[in-house]
Design a protein around this ligand. Structure first.
Ligand code: AMP
Length: 542
């Protein structure tokens, strides 16, 4: 027997329609390159999103077409979030920090038909444009006065397009399973892989992220996503903000600038800020050196990489700010778990409190996880047994974009995260290692395999391995470990120079260590686990 309840599709359009009617006056404050601190309301932004949809229509883009952005967090990017997705097109948020070759691959693989970019990325776009045959239209995200001089073909000015567009759009009735956004994540081997979010997965993720034991969002909150809108949709805040009516504060290109972050937090009354550990170092250092405080800030959600205890302590002890440590992946939209204590922390001694808060937290409703051994047998939740972390749920991907039927789920429908974890009796998950061969520096992936392949190409190198080693600022940085060829000695500087121009500068290892042999597993692969153990005490030269 069917229930007698209305059936309404879970679409981002519904979030927009609701926020427009019920939270229309909530504010969106952004830092922009051409307009300084820009203030708007949700109502303004949605009205402009309608114009974005009209522009896309007039350019001949169809439902399902990918529209790319190379942009920071600001109101224009938010307008594209809604204008593109709610008109049935797919918003492809491209990470400008990637190396040129990767950008070319990603944009061609996505077959993006238009690229909207912040003018500061113009040199990057000009350098790539010849190799982007699918891109029919370039749009600079600025007003006429800030339009850069460029020979880029088919370049339009965003504000002029919007000024000339009709304000009336009939938003299409979308199937909730239709694609809304696309975000590429680094592959362990091979090319980046596209994670294609749906309207339904996005709405459910936004709902869940507002819950008390997750972000605890309400209309009274002021949310500062310091995580970029090109990284897993800024952890869903462009949707959970409007869903709850919270005010949004968008820092534009000033993501890692402590002074700007402080002035936004203090000036706008930010109550919750979100980002990877690295960005908080900049803020905390600024507060330490200036003696400034952040009285409005109640909590931070820190994730994307393990949050060091020192950050949590400094936030709590000096500023009375609670850190919620979260875990997730591009493939999981991203929220999988958040650490909010289930018992009063004052009932724990300091060591217990510290051990507890560095865990990655409990699953939120909508996802489920488990740990398994090599034979895929589930391991106990005793806080000791560790195994591969698997996850499934409403906002977990079941395959990559244009990857055919390439199965990413096991026979029981679980997604393998490539992380190794323990889970304790209260359901708190703790990441202990990673089986995937990648390094995460400042929240961004570096492929160790790509670096190893390049190192092997150097005439003095017989064998090479790259591992991530703890770093106080970037969480992890790559260390290159090499076995020299018989006749050679390694010149560190020359070897590191070898990578220049072949990968992004920030991918280049921080140091080189020469060894006689590199350990291998039984199947002949480099044993990264052994190497990580061997170099546990290693510290980069300062
Ligand atoms: P991404 O797809 O870029 O969001 O990266 C996801 C990966 O980042 C996870 O699979 C983990 O390896 C790592 N990660 C994310 N959050 C955390 C965390 N809180 N602690 C440790 N590693 C994390």
């Amino acid at each position: 027997m069917r229930g007698r309840m209305m059936s309404k599709p879970l679409t981002i359009t519904e979030i927009m329609a609701f926020a427009d009617r019920h939270h229309g006056n909530s504010e969106i404050v952004s830092i922009t390159a051409d307009e300084g601190l820009h203030r708007a309301t949700y109502r303004d932004v949605f009205a402009r999103a309608a114009r974005v949809a009209a522009v896309l229509e007039s350019m001949g883009f169809n439902e399902g077409d990918r529209i790319a952005t190379l942009a920071w967090n600001d109101h224009r990017h938010l307008e594209l979030y809604y204008g593109v997705s709610c008109s049935g097109r797919v918003l492809h948020t491209v990470n400008p920090r990637l190396f040129g070759e990767q950008l070319v691959y990603i944009i061609n693989h996505a077959e993006d038909r238009a690229l909207f970019f912040d003018p500061m990325f113009l040199p990057l776009v000009e350098g790539l444009a010849d190799r982007l045959p699918t891109v029919e239209q370039f749009v600079a995200l600025c007003g006429r006065a800030a339009m850069p001089d460029s020979k880029l073909p088919r370049l339009e000015c965003y504000e002029t397009l919007l000024d000339n567009a009709t304000a009336n759009v009939d938003w299409p009735a979308l199937d909730e399973q239709s694609a809304s956004a696309l975000c590429y994540t680094s592959g362990t081997t091979g090319h980046p892989k596209g994670v294609l979010y749906s309207h339904r997965s996005t709405v459910l993720h936004a709902y869940a992220s507002a819950l008390p034991d997750v972000m605890q969002l309400s209309k009274r909150d002021v949310v500062l996503p310091v995580v970029p809108m090109f990284h897993v949709n800024a952890w869903g805040t462009p949707y959970s903000g409007p869903l709850t009516g919270a005010k949004l504060v968008l820092p534009g290109p000033k993501m890692a600038d402590g002074e700007t972050l402080h002035s936004l937090i203090d000036g706008e009354g930010v109550t919750i800020a979100l980002g990877v550990p690295t960005v908080w170092l900049a803020l905390l250092e600024h507060l330490r050196t200036t003696g400034k405080t952040v009285p409005s800030l109640d909590r931070t959600l820190v994730g994307g990489a393990a949050c060091p205890l020192s950050i949590m302590r400094e936030f709590e002890e000096r500023h009375g700010v609670t850190t919620r440590h979260g875990w997730g992946m591009t493939e999981t939209s991203p929220l999988g778990s958040v650490n909010v204590p289930v018992e009063d922390p004052s009932s724990l001694n300091e060591r217990e409190h510290d051990e507890q808060r560095v865990k990655q937290g409990r699953a939120l409703f909508g996802v489920d996880f488990k740990i398994v051994d090599d034979a895929n047998r589930e391991l106990p939740w005793d806080g000791k047994a560790f195994g591969d972390l698997k996850i499934r749920g409403y906002w977990v991907c079941d395959g990559y974009f244009k990857a055919g039927d390439g199965a990413v789920l096991d026979a029981d429908g679980w997604f393998s995260t490539g992380d190794v974890a323990t889970i304790d009796a209260s359901g708190f998950m703790k990441i202990t290692d990673r089986t995937k061969d990648v390094i995460k520096s400042g929240g961004e992936w570096i492929s160790s395999i790509e670096l190893e392949n390049l190192a092997i190409g150097h005439p003095d190198v017989a064998e090479a391995a790259v591992i991530g080693v703890d770093h106080p600022k970037w969480t992890e940085r790559p260390l290159l470990i090499v076995v020299p060829t018989d006749s050679s000695t390694i010149d560190k500087a020359a070897l590191l120079d070898w990578f220049k121009g072949k990968v992004a500068d920030w991918w280049i290892p921080d140091d080189v260590v020469t060894v006689a042999t590199i350990p291998h597993t039984a199947t002949g692969k480099i044993s990264k686990l052994t190497l990580r153990e061997q170099f546990k005490e290693y510290r980069f030269p300062t």
